[in-house]
Design a protein around this ligand. Structure first.
Ligand code: SME
Length: 152
């Protein structure tokens, strides 16, 4: 179930052949949806106003927008600037349920020049979907996105 993240990092590096963050975030979400098993949603939320996350490029069902920093798993990632790995979102009191099918969630903050640029959010219909290797792997793929893109 855990994909070969070394291989995925090389493939993503090759795919992101522009510096444009919009193109790269669209490509990254589509790539992750294809390459990582058992996801029902993957996408970016961007901080375009203070303390507020706006929905960016994603794959999956239409999603919640906007998300304030003080709400949900994405808000916790934005506030703390720490990856949030949740085995069962239904056990998290302020989880924001965009899609009832989602059970596990992994949210990686994206920080550039000491500013929270946004977060990358992955949802799975399987409880306990994301283990430590997935967290490290997705953080690495997020770093590939950051290194490949001009984030404004
Ligand atoms: N569940 C998230 C909201 C975003 S969706 O999963 C796409 C949260 O609690 O922040």
């Amino acid at each position: 179930m855990t994909p070969d993240y070394d291989l995925l990092a090389r493939q993503l590096e090759a795919l992101l052949d522009t510096r444009d963050w919009l193109t790269n975030s669209a490509q990254t979400s589509a790539f992750l949806m294809q390459a990582v098993p058992d996801l029902n949603w993957v996408g970016f939320y961007l901080q375009r106003q203070p303390e507020l996350l706006s929905l960016g490029p994603f794959q999956g069902k239409p999603a919640c927008h906007p998300i304030p920093f003080d709400k949900g798993v994405c808000g916790a990632a934005a506030r703390s600037r720490q990856t949030q790995r949740i085995d069962d979102v239904h056990a998290v009191a302020d989880h924001i349920a965009c899609d009832a099918a989602s059970s596990a969630e992994l949210v990686v903050p994206i920080v550039t020049a000491n500013r929270l640029w946004g977060v990358l959010d992955l949802d799975s219909p399987l409880k306990h979907r994301f283990n430590e290797a997935d967290q490290t792997g997705i953080e690495r793929l997020t770093a590939v996105f950051v290194a490949s893109s001009d984030l404004t």
